[in-house]
Design a protein around this ligand. Structure first.
Ligand code: G3P
Ligand code: MG
Length: 237
């Protein structure tokens, strides 16, 4: 395998996404990298959750940024996927960083911003990272939000940065150069050979989301990383 295989939201194809059991499954499978989504609660605790609302992936309702961490802890984030995961609660970034450090697991932290001030969120992130035992080289910070990436370059200079986009645009190109990004994360459906070559010649790694059918992705052996909900499918690809 020539690329980095990244468990998407842990191992989201088989476990409730972004929960402790999903992260542990990635560790148990021997994956070196996972991607998770990070966002702030009402009381500015960074938690691991993809949607801006908790309705789809918990037994609760409401916006993450309108609920306190304590309120979020009242909900079950697992039984929507399968009743056997009813014990899964939301996990904080701080808890995840400790878990990852104890297993040498590498993390791609995708920072999701909705109504919060991007600078504040990056300050919270910087604080968490500085308190974490996880080595900076085991972390890759990414976001669709360009302000987040710019603030991360200023406030977290020791961390790798990934510019996240659906397909490569001129704004992405500018940002990649401006922050000297480690990587560009693109939707595999829109990745062209021309963009791949351009990015790699410029010294960027190209990581593609979310590839769940390896046989359908023609550029698989040329890219540097793939995110998958079903990482086991790549062992025989
Ligand atoms: O970070 C890669 C991928 O997760 C981006 O899209 O919506 O799955 O967070 P999304
Ligand atoms: Mg994501």
């Amino acid at each position: 395998m020539s690329y980095t295989l990244v468990g998407h939201r842990g191992v989201a194809g088989h476990y409730p996404e972004n929960t402790p059991v999903s992260v542990q499954a990635a560790i148990d499978m021997g994956l070196r990298w996972i991607e998770v989504d990070v966002q702030p609660t009402k009381d500015n605790i960074l938690v691991i959750c993809h949607d801006h609302k908790i309705d789809r992936c918990s037994n609760g309702q409401g916006r993450v940024d309108e609920l306190t961490y304590e309120q979020l802890c009242q909900h079950d984030f697992g039984s929507w996927f399968d009743p056997r995961f009813a014990d899964q609660t939301i996990i904080t970034l701080s808890q995840l960083l400790s878990l990852a450090a104890s297993w040498q697991l590498r993390l791609n932290l995708e920072i999701k911003i909705d109504r919060h001030d991007p600078r504040l969120v990056v300050e919270l992130l910087t604080q968490q990272l500085s308190e974490s035992p996880l080595a900076p080289e085991h972390v890759l910070l990414s976001s669709f939000n360009h302000d987040v990436i710019r603030y991360a370059e200023q406030l977290c200079p020791n961390y790798k940065l990934g510019v996240l986009t659906e397909r490569l645009t001129n704004k992405d190109r500018k940002l990649l150069d401006q922050v000297d990004a480690f990587s560009c994360h693109v939707n595999y459906r829109w990745l062209t050979e021309r963009h791949l070559t351009e990015l790699q010649r410029a010294g960027r790694q190209v990581w593609c989301y979310t590839v769940n059918q390896p046989e359908t992705f023609k550029l698989l052996d040329q890219v540097d990383g793939v995110f998958s909900d079903f990482p086991e499918r790549f062992y025989s690809a």
